[in-house]
Write a protein that binds this ligand. Structure first.
Ligand code: IPD
Ligand code: CA
Length: 271
C-alpha cells in the first residue's frame, strides 16, 4: 500500500505515462469509431444521455489500465467500481460532454485521474476535437500538449469571462438559470462549453477567467480540478469548503474572491 506522503516520483511518472496513453488512445477511438447514427439511452433524467460509445470507451480505459496495473481500483461514470489493493484508484469519465459528442459538437473530453490513498496525484484531460491534452501532476505544474500553462490575471470580475454548466434535473436548472441571470450583468460574458473537465482546463490555460457549477460528480472534477490547481487556480466550494457536488468555483487568485462573493448570497449550492 502507498500513502500520499510516500508517493514516489517513480510511481507518479508511471501513472502519468499510463494516463496519457489511455486518455489519448480512448479519445482517438471515440473519433475514429463514432457511428454515423449514434443511438442513445437516458440515465438520471430524460436529458441525461448515454451512448454505446460511453460504455465502449470506459471498457477500453479499464482494459488498458488493468493490463498494466492489475491491482488498482476504479471509479467510472458508466459503472466501473472496484476496490484495488495497491492504494491507487483511477477516477474516469470516458466521455465528459456526452451531449456534445452526441450532437457532433467539439469540446467533449476523456477525463482520467489517478488517486493515491484518496488524493488525486495525476490528471489528464484529452480533448480530441481541439487536438489538446491537458495534464498535471500534484506539485508539478500543469501542461497543454506538453507546454506549461497558467491561469489568467484579469483586472476585475467585470473583465472576466466565466464558464458554467447546468445539471440534468429540471428544477435545479430553473434555479441555475436564475443564478446566471444575476452573474451575467457583472462579468464580461458567460460561456457554457458542455464538459466540466474542459471548463476547468480552460480556467487553467486562461481561456476562462473563472468557472462555477453545482452538481459535479467525482469523475467530472478529479482530473480537471488538478489541472486547474496546478496552473495556479483556486478550486473550492462556498465559504472555504472543499469543492464538492454542492459547488465548485475555480478561478485565478485575481478574481476568485470576487466571483465567490457574487455567488455566495445567491446560494448556488441549493436547488
Ligand atoms: C456533464 C458535463 C456538463 C456538466 C454536467 C456534467 P457528462 O458530464 O460535464 O458540462 O454541466 O454537470 O454531468 O454527463 O457529459 O459526462
Ligand atoms: Ca460522462
Amino acid at each position: 500500500m502507498t500513502g500520499p506522503s510516500e508517493v514516489t516520483e517513480l510511481l507518479t511518472a508511471e501513472l502519468m505515462a499510463l494516463a496519457l496513453d489511455v486518455a489519448t488512445e480512448t479519445g482517438r477511438m471515440l473519433v475514429d469509431e463514432r457511428p454515423a447514427h449514434l443511438g442513445f439511452g437516458t440515465k438520471t433524467t430524460p436529458t441525461d444521455v448515454v451512448t454505446v460509445m460511453d460504455t465502449k470507451a470506459e471498457r477500453l480505459l479499464l482494459e488498458r489500465i488493468s493490463a498494466s496495473r492489475p491491482d488498482d481500483g476504479f471509479l467510472g461514470e458508466e459503472g466501473a467500481a472496484r476496490d484495488g489493493t495497491s492504494g491507487v484508484r483511477w477516477v474516469l469519465d470516458p466521455i465528459d460532454g456526452t451531449v456534445n459528442y452526441l450532437y457532433g459538437l467539439p469540446g467533449w473530453a476523456v477525463s482520467v485521474a489517478a488517486e493515491v490513498a484518496g488524493e488525486v496525484v495525476v490528471g489528464v484531460v484529452a480533448v480530441p476535437t481541439y487536438a489538446e491534452v491537458f495534464a498535471a501532476v500534484r506539485g508539478g505544474g500543469a501542461t497543454r500538449n506538453g507546454t506549461s500553462i497558467a491561469v489568467s490575471s484579469p483586472s476585475s470580475l467585470a473583465q472576466s469571462l466565466v464558464g458554467t454548466g447546468f445539471g440534468y434535473d429540471s428544477r435545479r436548472r430553473a434555479r441555475q438559470g436564475a443564478i446566471i441571470a444575476q452573474v451575467l450583468p457583472v462579468v464580461r460574458d458567460v460561456r457554457r462549453v458542455g464538459a466540466a473537465a474542459v471548463d476547468l482546463c480552460f480556467v487553467a490555460c486562461g481561456r476562462f477567467d473563472g468557472y462555477f457549477e453545482r452538481g459535479l460528480a467525482p469523475w467530472d472534477l478529479a482530473a480537471g480540478g488538478l489541472v486547474a490547481r496546478e496552473a495556479g487556480a483556486r478550486v473550492a466550494g462556498l465559504f472555504g469548503a472543499e469543492p464538492s457536488r454542492d459547488q465548485v468555483i475555480a478561478a485565478g487568485p485575481a478574481v476568485f474572491d470576487q466571483l465567490h462573493d457574487v455567488l455566495a448570497p445567491l446560494r448556488p449550492d441549493r436547488d
